[in-house]
Design a protein around this ligand. Structure first.
Ligand code: FES
Length: 206
């Protein structure tokens, strides 16, 4: 697998590694694609909402470490609103790219950062917990990466239908029959959606 020099640099000498004692906000997320995890801890200025300090701990692969390193570099000194806008594509670009099968590592890092920001907002009454809806499912599907090209399945128009009724999520995917990633993608969709207590069953058709 071909990694950029920047990925290798951040993997071998990651920035902002560790844990912040008594953080203002934190989050730990796991990637359904591979089981790897990352934790993010933050100190936030209560007036300006600028991220004063941010650290991460990785329980994962080389790209997990490199994306944890770059995402914390990118978020440091930004306001929460600015940090929220960092996308997984920007994080990957900042690393001079990631192999397509490793793009989900960047999704995981950004997702964890956003969950940590949400943690801060909820603790400080700046926002409420998200209300579950069909839109939540679509947003979750945007985190499923088609490993052949390193793009999400919603952008690639592989999701033909999303339904949610009586606790059942119905997802219609369009993936060619002999595509070697077909089963992986379906499995990942299943795992992404299973984590929501509002979803009792996931029905995937292809
Ligand atoms: Fe899953 Fe890197 S976070 S392989």
């Amino acid at each position: 697998m071909q990694y950029s020099q920047k990925v290798l640099d951040h993997f071998m000498k990651p920035h902002n590694v560790g844990k912040i004692e008594k953080p203002d906000a934190e989050a730990t997320e796991g990637s359904p694609a591979c089981g790897d995890q990352v934790s993010i801890f933050m100190k936030v200025d209560p007036k300006s909402h600028v991220i004063k300090d941010i650290k991460f701990q990785s329980y994962g692969c080389a790209s997990n470490i490199a994306t944890g390193s770059i995402i914390t570099d990118m978020a440091m000194g930004k306001t929460l609103e600015e940090a929220k806008d960092i996308s997984w594509k920007e994080a990957a670009e900042e690393l001079d790219g990631l192999p397509p099968v490793k793009m989900h590592c960047s999704v995981l890092a950004v997702d964890t950062l956003r969950k940590a920001i949400k943690d801060y907002e909820i603790k400080h009454n700046l926002s409420e917990a998200d209300v579950f809806s069909k839109e939540t499912i679509v947003e979750e599907l945007k985190k499923v990466i088609y490993p052949k090209v390193g793009e999400d399945i919603v952008t690639l128009k592989m999701v033909k239908y999303v339904g949610f009724e009586d606790g059942i999520a119905i997802i219609d995917l369009e993936i060619p029959k002999f595509d070697k990633y077909r089963e992986n993608v379906a499995e990942e969709v299943q795992e992404h959606l299973e984590q929501y207590p509002e979803i009792k069953e996931v029905k995937i058709t292809m």
